[in-house]
Design a protein around this ligand. Structure first.
Ligand code: UD1
Length: 366
């Protein structure tokens, strides 16, 4: 039996790890272990996702919690190293681009354990984003690179990665979306918040570049003033954003917006239901750009760049930056015309995790 250590830590990791844990079951010579770093720890940022996505209980939770980048990354590394020494796995599988991803990849490679990176090769070409640094470094350390879209193949080729290490497999986040879509229809989130399908917007914001800087946050609030006056707008608020709202003195300004409903972060099924029936989703998330592409829902991305260009090419996603006029113009364009469902990007068919498990199994001695 070959041990395969799987790492998850922050909310967007959980949707990516869920289908992988299922797919390993087809390969009896792979013995998966699941490690939660504890980067996210709130009930509605972590536990709820494990329950709803039926992810097995983590074998170990490193319980690192929050901290500066250096503190968080260092804590994860220090707590992860003894585990690898104990289990001596054949592979460490990391997903996405959060601090847990790079921290565990770095520990593994220094101990001579091979690393597989799921969602490799995405590049925003913006090194002020912590995730871009995590992506570049994790890919540089990985022995197997699993890619979601063709742009990532080009990026990795440009960085000199040999073709035999790179596999275009599709998107595990979309595996989870497809797996749960019917179940999400039973969510009563619209009724709970008094919303009618297609008659409301959704906002999510949590990137440091948007919510840590008062001037930027204020510009986004200017745009929200117009958008929330047009249609009710639900804002499931990330803890970082909630914290900053108070710290930056913006709470009163935002709470005054009559059409805006700030709610707690939602579980996966409620959020999927909410997003699937929205008129427009305004977001700075990476995953939501992908999910709205599959759902055929307008997405306005409050950033100047995206590492997921396929979502723009498909037609539902637009980069709007943080200038209120630009956001509002794009919003009005969406309001003038219903979104149509674009064809799904290549290989976003719900089978990415099966492809990954098959390739890992091939690369692992029986
Ligand atoms: C992290 C990821 C980001 C991802 C996001 C999704 C990094 C560098 N960033 O950002 O890529 O898009 O997760 O949510 O890894 N907090 C809580 N409860 C929690 C978790 C966090 O209250 O369960 C608060 C704490 O105040 C913490 C802050 O949120 O300091 C930020 O958490 P952190 O994990 O550092 O980064 P995120 O902004 O969540």
């Amino acid at each position: 039996m070959a041990r395969v250590v799987n790492v998850c830590g922050a909310r967007p990791n959980f949707m990516k790890i869920a289908p992988l844990m299922r797919a390993y079951q087809a390969y009896p010579h792979l013995a998966p272990l699941l490690i939660h770093t504890g980067q996210h720890y709130d009930q509605n940022m972590s536990d709820l996702f494990f329950r709803q996505l039926r992810i097995p209980e983590p074998d170990v939770n490193l319980e690192v919690g929050s901290g500066s980048h250096a503190q968080q990354t260092a804590q994860i590394m220090m707590r992860f190293e003894p585990l690898l020494l104990e289990h001596r796995p054949e592979w460490v599988v990391v997903v996405g681009d959060v601090n847990s991803t790079i921290a565990c990849a770095l520990v593994a490679v220094k101990l001579g354990v091979r690393v597989a990176h799921v969602e490799a090769g995405l590049r925003s070409f913006d090194r002020t984003m912590p995730e871009e640094v995590n992506r570049l470094l994790t890919d540089a350390l990985s022995d197997l690179l699993f890619v979601t879209e063709r742009s990532a193949l080009e990026n990795l080729r440009r960085e000199g990665r040999p073709d035999e290490q790179v596999h275009f497999v599709g998107n595990v986040m979309i595996d989870t979306l497809r797996f749960n879509l019917t179940k999400a229809e039973q969510s009563t989130v619209l009724e709970t918040h008094g919303l009618k399908p297609g008659q409301y917007n959704v906002v999510t914001l949590h990137r440091p570049s948007n919510v840590d800087d008062p001037a930027t946050f204020r510009r986004i609030a200017d745009a929200l003033e117009v958008i929330t006056a047009d249609l009710p707008t639900v804002f499931p608020m990330h803890p970082r954003t909630l914290h900053n709202l108070g710290r930056l003195g913006l709470a009163e300004r935002v709470q005054r917006l009559a059409g805006l409903r700030i709610i707690e972060p939602l579980g996966y099924l409620d959020f999927l239901r909410l997003m699937s029936q929205a008129n427009v989703v305004l977001t700075d998330s990476g995953g939501i750009q992908e999910e709205t592409t599959i759902l055929g829902v307008w997405c306005l991305t409050v950033r100047e760049n995206t590492e997921r260009p396929i979502t723009i090419d498909s037609g539902t996603n637009t980069l709007v930056g943080t200038d209120p006029d630009r956001i509002i113009t794009a919003y009005r364009r969406c309001r003038a015309q219903a979104a149509s469902k674009p064809p799904a990007p290549e290989l976003w068919d719900g089978q990415a995790a099966e492809r990954i498990a098959a390739i890992l199994a091939q690369h692992t001695p029986e």
